[in-house]
Design a protein around this ligand. Sequence first.
Ligand SMILES: O=C([O-])CC(=O)C(=O)O
Ligand SMILES: [Mg+2]
Length: 415
Amino acid sequence: MTDFRQRALDYHEFPVPGKTAVTLTKPAESSMDLALAYSPGVAEPVREIADNADNAYRFTNKGNTVAVISNGTAILGLGNLGPLASKPVMEGKALLFKRFANIDATDIQVKHRTTEDFINTVESIADTFGGINLEDIKAPECFEIERELIARCDIPVFHDDQHGTAIVTAAGMLNALEIQGKNIAEASFVCLGAGAAAIACMSLLIKCGAKRENIYMLDRQGVIHSDRDDLNEYKALFATPTDKRTLRDAIAGADVFLGLSGANLLGAEELALMADKPVIFACSNPDPEISPAIAHATRQDLIMGTGRSDYPNQVNNVLCFPFIFRGALDVRASEINDAMKLAAVQALAELAKEEVPASVLAAYPGIDSLSFGADYVLPKPMDPRLLPRIASAVAQAAIDSGVAQLSTIPDYTQR
Ligand SMILES: O=C([O-])CC(=O)C(=O)O
Ligand SMILES: [Mg+2]
């Protein structure tokens, strides 16, 4: 483990600090190149954009850029460690945007006093970019931040920890429940955590057929029930009339455990109390609510997912955010709406049921076969089919729901 720690630090430090850099897309070798790139040539696109803002998509990098913006108040499952400490994660998201969807992402860490300050800062710089990916911002502020920025900006604003996580969770959950022979409308859910990801996941699962009355959500105080008077408006949506108070009370007989909270909060004794053939998605990063080793030692009939890449069933927003932005940017969608999110859920869930090409297996040494089942409920992040499938489904949904400004979907197989 210390070895891995050192390796991770070295990866970030050498050969140059950090994970991203800027590259040039135009020649800058001759004096003519410079005359075109800078003064006097640059004045021409300036005039065009001043005349018509849409020309920014034609003459600048706006249309292929996403700002990854955080204030560091909820970094992974590590907590509120401040904006600067979130920079490795935001650079990491930029790396993933580039690697998986060829989107040029810029990481931005915002130090602010009030929520309004943060909103104003992001609004003020939004026009620079084709889209805004909000990341690792704590609840409940993240809900107001996202709502306000969607209203004030005419580019897509997407809080990845809410919707990216929810889309991947919903796709994996639909598949896992199908494999376990359970119907989402009858399944009972325990959601440990009541932050941004938890609320978004349960809300999207309800849109996919889960019943609100079959859900127990827990925060640090225990079960969110109707007699509590300490609930914000978002948690209150999940308050149920019940005598259950603890995780142990809630989990007895449950079909699903969804963890979006912190490390090691689910005990083996509690896992043992769940219904037959349960689904456990322990998604706290980097350390899950229960380790797969303990979970599998406790019972054999479960399907287990985590947020990590080193175990089967990685339930992580990396399976969504690069591709949903690719589709949104390519048809210049003004927002990422529910129709686009549900299209992404469906595309992701369906892809897991298809045969896995040898090129995907080659990217995972140590795995010699993958097929739809308990250890493969979601596609692998290295699967090159994610881009064409999700981006085109999302772009089509944007067109069909009337938020796209362009009506042609690129041929992703030609990229
Ligand atoms: O970064 C990850 O692995 C997933 C994520 O967004 C988080 O945990 O906040
Ligand atoms: Mg995050």
